[in-house]
Write a protein that binds this ligand. Sequence first.
Ligand code: C2E
Ligand code: MG
Ligand code: MG
Ligand code: MG
Length: 285
Amino acid sequence: RAKNAGKKAFKFYTPEMSIRFNERVQLESELRRAIDKGDLSIVYQPQIDGRTGKILGFEALARWYHVQRGWVSPVIFIPIAEETGLIGKIGEWVLKEACHQLKKWQDNYSHTLKMAVNISSYQIHDKDMVEKVLSIINTSDILQGSLELELTETSLMDNIDSTISTLAELSKHGVSIAIDDFGTGYSSLGYLKRFKIDKLKIDKLFINDITTDSNDAEIVKTIISMAHNLNMQVIAEGVETEAQLNYLINNGCNEVQGFYFCAPKSPSVISAMLMKNRHILPAER
Ligand code: C2E
Ligand code: MG
Ligand code: MG
Ligand code: MG
């Protein structure tokens, strides 16, 4: 994969691109080291019942702290990891770590807490994916039905047949599937219908302006009722204001995630929050 990426870059060679390419090669080798040195970590963002403030579960988000560069955004390092195949190792580590963390929270606070983990298409096409996920569920000993995998529409686009059977197999074992960034891809509903999907995550792009842009407001309303009619759950991501929250609640979308309630936090901060009260108020953010 790395070789192919390299070939592509040289085919359209410009001096500027070679800098960018070298920078990527540099980042790639640093990322490789970061994995071995344990410089990756995970933060957790609560997924909340917006009506009550009750924490339902979390989304695990990968972080990389680099001594010279500081925090490197996953928007930068995840694509590099995907192009180089490093995502296999990173993805498996995140899954394992997040499940072990969930187990602690289930034991210490509540068995009903859930965990959502982002999965890249590289992982979904790994022939050992099901086996790996099930083995992690077993060793971490989390409750049946408490793990959710987040996939984007784009990652469902290629190798459809194998993806359909992988998702069906996971589903049989109680793993739920959410479509991340829903609405930003190009997939039709007829297409999505072929997959075993439990939840739609409405992309932040649509949430941003729901209170000011009537088109976005209509789109969000439509996604919510469509999801419910298809027996899917729906969650809004990137909820930042009370007005957005109210619009969502009034239109039947109770599950929300966003800075309005809580940004992604370290495990210890989340533990302290849970210890205090499983219900959080916007004021605490
Ligand atoms: P995503 O899965 O759609 O995650 C949501 C992103 O929105 C996160 O950015 C989160 O910190 C951010 N966010 C949450 N609430 C708000 C809000 O109210 N306002 C704003 N402006 N942003 C909010 P983050 O952590 O930088 O992650 C970016 C993307 O990187 C993720 O998007 C996901 O696609 C990818 N990513 C992160 N961790 C992993 C991972 O372990 N595996 C894979 N494959 N991808 C990951
Ligand atoms: Mg996600
Ligand atoms: Mg998203
Ligand atoms: Mg995203």
